[in-house]
Design a protein around this ligand. Sequence first.
Ligand code: FES
Length: 111
Amino acid sequence: MDLIKKHPVLTFQHKKKVEFLFDGGSMEGYEGEPIAMALHANGVKIYRVTPELRQPRGFFCAIGKCSSCFMVVDGVPNVRTCITPLKAGMKVETQRGKGKIAIPTEARRGQ
Ligand code: FES
C-alpha cells in the first residue's frame, strides 16, 4: 500500500516498523499506530464476527465509541483496536462471538 509521504498542510512522522501476528500470520505496521489502522493498511477489513448472527464487522466509529472493532489482543478479548496502539510482537486475532476471558491460574485458585 502506498503511503502519503508529503502533504502541503499535514506532517507524518511514522515511528519504526514492527512485526506483529494476525490470526497466526506475520504482518508489519508502525509502532504506536492504532492496531486497526495497521490491519487496514495490510488489507484486513474484518475484525470480528457478531455473536448471534455471525456477521462480519470492521470499522464503524474509529474513535473508540462503539464495539465494531473488538478483537482479541494478546489473549484479551473485546479490545477496541481503533484506539489501541500497536506494539512489536502483539498477537492480534479475529474475535468470534463474545470472546473468551482467560483467567490466570492464580486467580482461579483465589490467590
Ligand atoms: S470502530 Fe468504534 S470503537 Fe473502534
